[in-house]
Design a protein. Structure first.
Length: 321
């Protein structure tokens, strides 16, 4: 239960840090993208001008455009978007990759799912914390209550210790060598009232005599001790408080489980948004118009032998329609 709480806290903190970092990155990227877009336009126009004009294509001139230059020119339209960047954006903040690729509605949808999932996760875990605080107080008020003592011989004991002394003759039945004498004794309570302590006192029958309303055949613990009726692990008393306590613990666990399901919804939203942004960006790029004459041209230079060995430059052009 507490491990789930720590996991949710870690995921929530990680999500907040990722959101802050990605928002800052997105702002920087917007400014950079404007610069890149203008630079891309210049490259795009220059590459078109170089292709459309056949003047000055001398191999010896330093300022002339060569085939290697054409191959290195970024001929992608300025509207081109990076699918990988869109994937990472939406993986960190659902909807951010969709916004980067130009969508207006999908970012709101993914962000709405994110906000809803996180709010519900915090809500359910908050409910679980509240019920946990209630059943822990109920345990302190009704199990092995301080100040309520039972006399065995010349010693006074609290409820559960009185049961151990009456049934086993010792407060540490686990130290008994004879396994028959240890029957019914399977767990030792921790010294501190931790999560294991609160679980064990309600879950296992050996702790049932610690509840203040435990009765067996209409006899409470004090009457059973006086009548020498308590037997080790053979008789399980009835306790309404124990049943109420277990119902409260079950309610808390159900709230925590609901919270974990919403955490999985949030994680799934991140993944779905990331992949959707990736493929949406690819579809966006596929729909762009490449009007450059050389965008579909494949140029392969080579040397061929005519009068002598490899004496003639040869260029093969192929165009993809």
């Amino acid at each position: 239960m507490f491990k789930k709480m720590r996991l949710v806290g870690f995921l929530a903190g990680l999500g907040i840090l990722s959101t802050c970092w990605m928002v800052g990155s997105a702002r920087a990227d917007v400014g950079q993208s404007l610069f890149d877009r203008e630079l891309q336009k210049v490259r795009y126009s220059l590459s078109n001008e170089g292709v459309e004009s056949n003047e000055g294509l001398s191999v010896d001139a330093e300022d002339d455009i060569t085939l290697a230059d054409l191959a290195q020119v970024d001929v992608r339209p300025p509207e081109y978007k990076s699918p990988g960047r869109a994937f990472l954006y939406s993986l960190a903040v659902p909807g951010l990759g969709q916004y980067y690729s130009g969508s207006k509605l999908k970012p709101l949808l993914f962000l709405a799912v994110e906000v809803f999932g996180l709010s519900q996760a915090f809500k359910y875990h908050g409910n679980g914390d509240d019920i946990t605080a209630e059943f822990e107080k109920f345990n302190r008020d009704h199990w092995n209550v301080d100040g309520v003592t039972y006399t065995i011989g010349d010693e006074d004991y609290q409820a559960y210790q009185a049961y151990l002394m009456s049934a086993y003759g010792t407060l540490r039945p686990d130290t008994l060598e004879d396994s028959e004498m240890r029957r019914g004794f399977t767990h030792i309570l921790p010294n501190e009232r931790d999560q294991q302590y609160y679980e064990m006192t309600g879950k296992y029958n050996q702790f049932s005599w610690g509840w203040d309303d435990a009765t067996l055949e209409d006899q409470n613990l004090r009457e059973s001790i006086n009548n020498m009726y308590v037997a080790a692990g053979e008789y399980i008393p009835h306790s309404a408080n124990r049943l109420i306590y277990e119902d409260m613990r079950d309610d808390a666990n159900q709230e925590y489980d609901k919270g974990m399901k919403m955490v999985f919804v949030v994680m799934g939203n991140h993944l779905i948004s990331a992949f959707e942004a990736f493929f949406a960006t690819k579809r966006h790029n596929h729909g762009l118009k490449y009007n450059q004459p050389f965008s579909n041209v494949d140029v392969k230079p080579s040397l061929r032998s005519y009068s002598s060995w490899k004496d003639t430059p040869y260029v093969t052009f192929s165009y993809k329609f």
